[in-house]
Design a protein around this ligand. Sequence first.
Ligand SMILES: Cc1cc2nc3c(=O)[nH]c(=O)nc-3n(C[C@H](O)[C@H](O)[C@H](O)COP(=O)(O)O)c2cc1C
Length: 383
Amino acid sequence: MLQFFTSGESHGPQLTAFIEGLPAGLELDLVEIQKEMQRRKIGSGSGARQKMETDTVEIVSGVRQGKTLGSPITLVIKNKDFANWTEVMSASSTDTDPELKKVHNPRPGHADLAGALKYGFTDLRNVLERASARETTARVAAGAVFKQFLKALGVEVASYTLQIGSVQSDKAGNFEEVKQAEEKNPSTRALSTEAHAAMEALIAETRLKQDTLGGVIEVWVVGLPVGLGSYVQWNRKMDGQLAQALMSIQSVKAVEIGEGIAATQKHGSEVHDPILYKEGFRRPSNNAGGLEGGVSNGEPLIVRVYHKPIATLYNPLPSVDFETKEVAPASIERSDICVIPRAGVIAESMTAFVLAKNVLEKFGGDCMEDLKSNLENYKKRVG
Ligand SMILES: Cc1cc2nc3c(=O)[nH]c(=O)nc-3n(C[C@H](O)[C@H](O)[C@H](O)COP(=O)(O)O)c2cc1C
């Protein structure tokens, strides 16, 4: 079974991604992995941290001479900022002052309060160092590997920005449009130029107001074989698996498959995609977003990911000192204003993981050659 985990604190020495279960013989393009890391760093509304870090990925296990070995893959991203935090983040108890950079006032909307109560901390830094979305650098590094695995099987993943705050962009009509958005408007990744300009203006205005924004990302996947996931057991349904993986991204509060939300206000006759047969089964529309009964149906997978506005406010909300219980403004950590433009690559990474896992469950194989021949045989059967 394909699995991946991450470790590392926001200001610790490094982030690590550990992947177990990928077959041997997958060619990995290291430059491509680095490009994905760069995509996570760039976008309007980002904070200073993105400028400081290079997010260089080092592969320290599981890959040799450009190909996977079938053994666990470990990816390491060193935190440059650690140089400024060595004392605060030291693993040793002897060379640190516990009051240094201690965080006292929990931020509404962050994990600070619930996390400190749960784990019995008085320094909220012990929570935020791991709850921080700096962790997503490791997800994106792993996701870059999953995307290359899928690409080797003819499956491609991309995303664009559908909404930032109240500004909505045009919806993509096909995969080419999805891919073009980033090239056309790299700082927002919106499809239409008008929406891009309005989003830029809204982010600038929000920065001046010392407030934050959320938004919506749409992920598309093409080239998926029919039959990934299953309806036979609740935890094998791929819509459920995608929702879990995508909801686990920091600040994501809703996940929608196809026309999920709009469909709730329509009649069934307007929503469900007719079935035709012309040299194979065809669907003239794709309101289902490529999944029926938790199973891929051969149409493009379309998933929307909804992020709430960032919790850290430079004009902070009321809070209390965690120890004294005195009224105090919420703490401020260096923060982004809006992460939507650069969060698409994180959603792509988590989507790619779920798909890669389901591909491996269905087609198996210890090496890419076996996997590919299993897939080809299956494709011959289903036509
Ligand atoms: C790419 C990315 C960057 C983020 N950067 C920040 C940030 O700078 N400041 C902040 O308060 N929250 C940031 N967040 C969101 C928080 O990490 C998140 O709201 C928090 O961990 C609480 O989790 P929850 O919102 O999922 O409940 C970011 C999220 C993502 C996806």
